[in-house]
Structures are given as structure tokens and as C-alpha cells.
Design a protein around this ligand. Structure first.
Ligand code: MN
Length: 729
């Protein structure tokens, strides 16, 4: 236990130095609490379990995290492992902030109902939880990263299966996550440890080779480093000069990707110069370039243009007197901390505005992703999107005005154009990269300056763009454009079809297309505009014949009524008025007293719908929508058809079913639900399925007060970009 005692003392001492005696007492309490909870547990290596949370806390301290995070680090496994320890207990003892952080970590660690889900699903779900908690409080994820780092460092004691699984997960999730948060030092170590367990042979081979070469390089650079120190002090620049070996996994990746041999890499060793101020950075660069010849195209100013993960430094590659190229990185102490600990360093330099903006951007990106994904039924798509768009490998390109845009590796000028603005994408005609015209499928590289040439003559995207663009968002935008485009085609086709149908019946469409006719027809079908009506005909949602018959019907009725009224007028009588008789269910039945009335199940008529009554054999009058298929066949028995209409007061609620054709992506249901919620509509059933064309069909039933409300609902749903079509069924 000697070691454990030392460990506790060291952590406490360092912690007190930074946060004071009072906070130190809280930490001491937390340690005692964790010791009690974990007293019967051991690590795989045989150590008392509590060494693990203590180590995690010490990492967090070293990263510069705040006191609550470090205390939560000590407690991070107590709720998970302790019997009867709840978040409430922690809140009472250590306060809300600490307990919330522990709760976040616990939620991440706890896997769901393992009897139901596969390992893969479990991982996916864990990942989803990870991102959710990240949006809540990014410190939860930093604790998790420290936890993972310690577990990876002690992975040697696990079974080979567990080693491989953890290493893979670390390489796929935690290392990229650390990178996106700019936590370079953690990323490097997580990668190297994963590399070691996933590809032990390649790892050992490279380590041996690199070890030899690095020593040679280090020796070769010794004189350069000495000279640099001397020159800096002569120039009155206070700075540290050190040699830094590149970490193994990134060396491995670089060799794999570019087919390089080890001795072709310039940056096996980099010289790092750490100075006090930004001005000193540029002054030191001046000294470097005055002493050694810089290699063209290798100078990068990440101070003026920081990487999106907040990394700042000057990079240059120079040649020494023996013709050996080597890389030099120049940065301030603060930039150095940020490069190593990324957003964790934010707690060290809280006033750093740049860091804060980047942090905000990042969390808002995560929030966006999560908000759109909240209702997705399984999290597979969620995770794929996040991995692709958030953790994937990035390039950084520039707008002509010098703004940095990050895009996934493999992105094209079209992706860039759509990222700038949807309309820039749609009207993109060509692109210049670094001043030269390029093809639209050109693969952009980091530091490319991209200029998009647009033209209004370019009416929209072409279909083959779908196979050119790399980002999901550009793809979606192009697809949506084509959906809208089809709509125009559908409108034109629908109008033609209706005209032809009219011709077949010896009618002129123009006389039938009176607003009072088509508005009535559209109202019955809850269609909004004449274009919508054409489009519905065009894509086959309703037949042209059906619409024509309704128009004709209205036209004839009007003619008949005009005729009757003319005759009445000639006879000197009042114009005809319909007779009314009150009845049940908000329905007036003309001419027939006291029959039972019920709504047909086939078409669920709503107040406002045109309806007919059918006198059933012994069950009273069934009410159908006038356009109901069954009702149309019932018309064959004209004696049983009875005229009915809606009473003024409406029945309070009716059931209605609608069908939506939507863009098949997670988040769509969420948008639809939001609309229904905002309209106070209760959904009673929902069925959804994907189509072969990449759309999805949603059938939903809810209660409404009448066709007016249904119309409002449909209109609002149609406004959603996700909704391609919405109609009543
Ligand atoms: Mn742990």
C-alpha cells in the first residue's frame, strides 16, 4: 500500500498548490469516499482499484482541468461500481457540479440492456451517449478520455480479445475525438497504444527502425539545436529549444498513405522552439530562415490561420549544412499547452477569445447533430454521420477572403460551393484553385485557395454531381433540388393530363377551371394551390379523370341550379333553398327523420368534406366522403343515397390519416413531430417505411376537429424541406 499512499499524497499536494486548502479538503474527502467504495476491487494488474480513479484525476490535473473535474475524476467509477451509491449521495457530499459530471461519465460507461443488443449496437449506443453528454458538458468527455488513456496504458493485463476491441474503439472513436478537441498529446498516445495492440508486428518493426533512425537524426540535429540556442540568445529572444520525435502511428500512416520509405520522411524529428510572445515567434522564424535555407512550400503559418482544432504554431522545413532537411515548429508556451491539451487548455486560459469561439463552434456543431438525431429510432445512422462529419479526416481550404473551411478528405470544389451556400452550389459553373481552373471533381488539398465561379445560366446541378460530391450535406442539397425539379415537371404533366381528359369528354378545360369549382375540389382533397393539384395529378396521386368528374359535377350542379332559379323567377317565386333537418353526430339528413347515423370507417369524413349518406340495410345511415371509393360504388343504388350535410356545430374530434413522402434521413420525424406539436395535434399511430427511391413514406393518424384543421396541418407539413409530399389518405 506504500505506493498508493504516495500516490494520494502527490495528488493532494499538487492539487492544493493550485486550488488551495479548502478545495484540497474536498479532494481528500473524495479520495476517502472512493477508497471505501472500491475497497474490495482490484484492477486486472492486481493493484487496488482506487489507483485507477486516482491516476485519472492526476491526468486531469496535469491537463489543467478545474477542481470539480478533478474531483469528479476521483469519483468517476463510484456510482457504477458502488452498491447503493447514487448520484444524489454524491450531490449531497460533493455538490451538484461534481455529481453531474460523475453522472455523465457513469451514463457513458453503463451499457444498456445487454440481453437485447449486440456488441455492435452497444458500441453504437455508447457512442451516441458520448456525443450527447459532450453537448451537455464537454468536461465529461475529457474525464472519459483520461479514463480511456489510463485503461489503454494498462491494457497489457487484459485478454487479447478485450485488447483488440478496446484498441479498435480507441483508434476509431477516442483518438479522433481527442484530435478534434486539439488534445494532441492524448491523441498521439492513444493512437500509439492502439497501434501496438491492433498491429503488434507492424508496430514492433517500425519501432525498431524508427528508434535507430531517430537516434541518428537526433545526433545529426544536435549541433543545429545548439546553434539555434546561441543565435536566439544573441537576438535576445528567450526560448527553449528541444527535439521532438514524431509519434509512431502518424509515421506509420504517412508511410502507408504515400508509400514513403522511412528515410524519406523529413519530420521523424522536429525541432521545437518555445518562446514567450507571438512577436518572438516571428523573430525566431527570421533567425531560422537567415541561418538555414528553407524548403519551398513547407512554411505554414498556423498562428495567423489556426487549424480548426485550435492548433497554432509556425512550421517550416529547412536544410542543414549536410543537406539533411528537418522541420522546425515555433510557438508560445500558451500555444504549446493548447497543442498538447486542446480544449482542456481552455480552463487554463479562460480569457482566450479565439479558443472560446472555436469551442463554441464545436459544441454547437455537436448540438446540431444531436438535435436532429434525437428521435432516430436506432442510432446507427447517427453514429455514421457523426463519425463521417465530425471525426473523419479533414482538409482545410481557404476562401479567397482567407476564411478557413474544413471539409472531409476527398472533398471537391462542389462540396466547397455547397458549404458556402446552397445557391452557390446550384449555380456553380466552375472553380479556380490557387488561381488555376480545375475540374469540378478535383480533389481539394489543405491550404488550397478555392474560388467558385457561378452563373445564373447554370440553372441547377447536374445528376452526375451526385457521384462527384463527397459530403452528405451537398448530396442532400442536390437531391432536394431534383425533387423540386420533378415537381415542375409534374405540374406541367398534370395540367396536360387534365386538358386531355377534358377533351375526351368534349369539354373545354377553361370553362371548368373556375375558382369556385377548383377551390371546392381542392378543399375536399386538402390541396392548397392549383399547382399542387396539377402536381398531384402529374405524379399519379389522383387521376385526371377523377378531378375532371368533380369539376364537371360542380359545373352541372351550378347550371341546374341556375336553371331552377330562372324557372322559379319566371313563375314569380322565391329562389330554392335547401330544407334542413337536425340529426345526430353533427349531420343534417335531408328528408328522413330519426335514423341512426354513423361514420363509415373506410374514409373517416371530417366536417367540411363533401359527404353523402347511404341508407344501409337495417343499420341506419352511413356517412361517406363523396370521393370515397366505396361511396362511388354505392351510387349504383341511387334509391339508397340520401343527401346529407354538416351541421353548424362540429363534433369535437375526428380521426384522420395522412401520408407523407419525406426525405429518408434521421431527423425528419423530429421535424414532423415539431410541427404537429406546435399545432397541438396528438398522433395516435405512425408507420414509416423506406422506398426504393431513397424516400420514406410515413402514414400517421391523429385526431382533428375538422377538415379545416387538417388542411392547416398539411399546409404546415408541406412547408418542411424534408417533406416531399403530404396528402390525406
Ligand atoms: Mn474508469
Amino acid at each position: 500500500m506504500e505506493e498508493l499512499g504516495e500516490m494520494k499524497e502527490l495528488l493532494l499536494t499538487e492539487f492544493r498548490k493550485k486550488f488551495g486548502i479548502e478545495q484540497g479538503e474536498k479532494l481528500r474527502e473524495a479520495i476517502a469516499f472512493a477508497e471505501r467504495v472500491h475497497c474490495n476491487q482490484r484492477r486486472d494488474a492486481g493493484d487496488p482499484f482506487v489507483t485507477h480513479p486516482l491516476t485519472v484525476a492526476s491526468y486531469l490535473l496535469k491537463m489543467g482541468m478545474d477542481a470539480p473535474t478533478i474531483i469528479a475524476g476521483v469519483l468517476h467509477d463510484t456510482v457504477e461500481d458502488g452498491d447503493n451509491i447514487t448520484t444524489q449521495d454524491l450531490e449531497q457530499r460533493f455538490g451538484k457540479e461534481v455529481s453531474r459530471l460523475v453522472d455523465g461519465v457513469t451514463k457513458l460507461t453503463k451499457s444498456g440492456n445487454q440481453t437485447y443488443i449486440t456488441k455492435k449496437q452497444e458500441q453504437t449506443e455508447n457512442l451516441r451517449k458520448l456525443f450527447l453528454s459532450m453537448a451537455e458538458d464537454v468536461r465529461v468527455v475529457i474525464i472519459k478520455l483520461a479514463d480511456r488513456l489510463h485503461n489503454m496504458r494498462t491494457l497489457a493485463y487484459c485478454t487479447p480479445e478485450k485488447q483488440a476491441r478496446k484498441a479498435k474503439e480507441t483508434l476509431e472513436v477516442y483518438a479522433p475525438l481527442a484530435d478534434r478537441f486539439g488534445m494532441g498529446i492524448i491523441r498521439s498516445e492513444l493512437e500509439d497504444l492502439s497501434f501496438r495492440y491492433l498491429m503488434p508486428e507492424a508496430y514492433e518493426k517500425l519501432r525498431a527502425e524508427v528508434g535507430e533512425q531517430q537516434q541518428e537524426r537526433m545526433d545529426a540535429l544536435k549541433s543545429a539545436m545548439e546553434l539555434m540556442k546561441k543565435l536566439l540568445s544573441e537576438a535576445h529572444i528567450a526560448g527553449e529549444v528541444s527535439g521532438r520525435p514524431k509519434h509512431l502511428y502518424s509515421t506509420y500512416r504517412k508511410m502507408q498513405r504515400n508509400n514513403y520509405k522511412l528515410n524519406e520522411l523529413y519530420d521523424l524529428i522536429a525541432i521545437r522552439i518555445i518562446v514567450e510572445t507571438v512577436n518572438d515567434c516571428y523573430a525566431a522564424l527570421g533567425v531560422v530562415h537567415a541561418t538555414w535555407k528553407p524548403l519551398p512550400g513547407r512554411f505554414k503559418d498556423y498562428i495567423a490561420m489556426p487549424k480548426p482544432n485550435m492548433y497554432r504554431s509556425l512550421h517550416t522545413t529547412v536544410m542543414n549544412e549536410n543537406g539533411i532537411p528537418f522541420e522546425i515548429q515555433i510557438r508560445t508556451r500558451e500555444m504549446h499547452e493548447t497543442a498538447e491539451y486542446g480544449i482542456a487548455a481552455h480552463w487554463m486560459y479562460k480569457d482566450d477569445k479565439k479558443v472560446m469561439t472555436e469551442l463554441d463552434k464545436k459544441t454547437s456543431l455537436i448540438k446540431q447533430i444531436i438535435e436532429t438525431e434525437e428521435t432516430s429510432e436506432d442510432s446507427r445512422e447517427f453514429v455514421e454521420n457523426v463519425l463521417k462529419d465530425f471525426l473523419g479526416e479533414y482538409i482545410f481550404v481557404l476562401t479567397p477572403r482567407g476564411e478557413i473551411i474544413d471539409l472531409p478528405v476527398g472533398s471537391t470544389p462542389l462540396d466547397f460551393a455547397y458549404r458556402i451556400h446552397t445557391n452557390v452550389g446550384h449555380h456553380c459553373q466552375g472553380a479556380r484553385v490557387n488561381g488555376n481552373m480545375v475540374r469540378l471533381d478535383y480533389k481539394l488539398k489543405t491550404n488550397d485557395v478555392v474560388e467558385i465561379l457561378t452563373s445564373n445560366a447554370q440553372i441547377g446541378p447536374s445528376r452526375d454531381w451526385l457521384s462527384i460530391v463527397k459530403t452528405q450535406s451537398a448530396k442532400n442539397k442536390i437531391r432536394q433540388w431534383f425533387k423540386r425539379e420533378n415537381r415542375d415537371e409534374n405540374i406541367a404533366r398534370g395540367r396536360e393530363m387534365l386538358e386531355e381528359a377534358a377533351k375526351r369528354h368534349g369539354q373545354n378545360l377553361a370553362t371548368l377551371l373556375k375558382p369556385e369549382y377548383y377551390n371546392t375540389v381542392m378543399q375536399r382533397m386538402t390541396i392548397n394551390t392549383l399547382d399542387d393539384l396539377y402536381a398531384t395529378i402529374g405524379f399519379g396521386g389522383i387521376s385526371a379523370g377523377q378531378v375532371l368528374h368533380k369539376l364537371l359535377d360542380l359545373h352541372r350542379k351550378e347550371q341546374r341550379l341556375e336553371e331552377i332559379n330562372r324557372q322559379l323567377e319566371e313563375a314569380g317565386k322565391e329562389p330554392a333553398k335547401p330544407t334542413r333537418r337536425t340529426s345526430t353526430n353533427g349531420i343534417f339528413v335531408h328528408g328522413d327523420p330519426g335514423m341512426a347515423i354513423f361514420f363509415a370507417n373506410c374514409c373517416n369524413p371530417l366536417p367540411g368534406d363533401a359527404i353523402i349518406g347511404y341508407i344501409t340495410r337495417g343499420r341506419g345511415v352511413s356517412i361517406h366522403r363523396a370521393d370515397c371509393k366505396n361511396a362511388i360504388s354505392l351510387l349504383k343504388e341511387p334509391d339508397r343515397i340520401i343527401e346529407v350535410e354538416w351541421a353548424a356545430e362540429e363534433k369535437s374530434s375526428f380521426s384522420a390519416t395522412i401520408r407523407l413522402r419525406v426525405v429518408d434521413k434521421a431527423g425528419t420525424l423530429m421535424e414532423v413531430s415539431k410541427v404537429l406539436m406546435s399545432l397541438n395535434v396528438n398522433m395516435t399511430s405512425l408507420q414509416s417505411r423506406s422506398t426504393d427511391e431513397g424516400d420514406a413514406i410515413m402514414d400517421m393518424t391523429f385526431t382533428v376537429t375538422g377538415s379545416e384543421q387538417l388542411k392547416i396541418i398539411l399546409n404546415n407539413l408541406r412547408k418542411l424541406p424534408e417533406v416531399i409530399d403530404a396528402f390525406r389518405v
